[in-house]
Design a protein around this ligand. Structure first.
Ligand code: AP5
Length: 229
């Protein structure tokens, strides 16, 4: 059953939370059930990386290098990328922003991008999980090289080890899921992204949601706390 929607309004949702908390997993469930446009800046950078060499601009190559080290990509590069995809923010079915905004400057830019249109954010979902569980989720993540489906070696294993259930593609571990990169990403989150919790609390948009339990349990919790008003 689809969640109740504010009358005449599409869902315009930002997903916040530390790296590996499960934002992408929830975005897939929410996108499927709410029919929103899903924009993940991390997926865009990874797709650019997949194109390789001469096919990507110098700015995008620089962004891929930041990502490889686990550092945040500079705001200007991220905002250029989002401005190129402005149709996602204007989508009549609403949007789910996953991994963006990630700094206060990016959040202020979102407000400016939305201001000329009669489009307000519906809610900001802040997923919370203790850091040791986050590290377990990240270290066990595997991704299909072909269809990009996400697995976890313990909690969501494929039927055949190393092989995608959906397309038989080979599973791999993201470069930035290596332990030294994970520490850099967690530090970037604490320094640059955690301040968005206050930013959106002050605007009355933030809802904290525990990311404990299975993806379906978290989805149901999200629906109860944030989608049925
Ligand atoms: P991005 O791709 O956004 O990575 P992230 O925020 O670090 O988030 P992750 O994709 O690692 O995790 P997730 O929360 O989506 O978890 P998932 O659902 O996969 O960004 C990557 C990089 O790009 C950044 O480091 C930066 O360099 C750059 N970048 C991107 N956007 C940027 C921006 N706006 N500004 C600047 N730089 C930017 O789940 C993780 C694992 O756990 C999976 O294996 C999954 O199967 C498993 N799992 C999920 N849910 C559960 C559950 N409930 N129980 C058990 N296991 C679960």
């Amino acid at each position: 059953m689809p969640p109740r929607q504010p009358f005449g309004q599409a869902w315009r949702i930002i997903l916040l939370g530390a790296p590996g908390v499960g934002k992408g997993t929830q975005a897939d469930l929410l996108g499927e059930r709410l029919g929103c446009c899903h924009l993940s800046t991390g997926d865009v950078f990874r797709a650019a990386k997949g194109c390789g060499g001469s096919h990507i601009s110098p700015a995008m190559q620089a962004a891929v290098n930041y990502m490889h080290r686990g550092e945040l990509v500079p705001d200007r590069t991220v905002l250029n990328l989002v401005e190129e995809r402005l149709r996602c923010l204007k989508c009549s079915g609403g949007f789910l922003l996953d991994g963006f905004p990630r700094t206060v400057a990016q959040a202020e830019a979102v407000e400016k991008l939305l201001a000329p249109q009669p489009l307000n954010l519906t809610v900001v979902l802040n997923y919370e999980l203790p850091v040791e569980k986050i590290v377990t989720r990240i270290s066990g993540r595997r991704i299909c090289a072909d269809c990009k489906r996400v697995y976890h070696v313990q909690t969501q294993p494929p039927k055949i080890a190393g092989c995608c259930d959906a397309c038989r593609g080979k599973l791999f571990q993201r470069d930035d899921d290596q332990p030294e990169c994970v520490q850099v990403r967690l530090a970037a989150y604490e320094h640059s992204t955690r301040p968005l919790i206050d930013f959106y609390t002050q605007r009355g948009l933030l809802i904290n949601i525990s990311a404990e339990g299975s993806p379906e349990e978290i989805y149901k919790r999200t629906r109860l706390l944030a989608l049925t008003r």
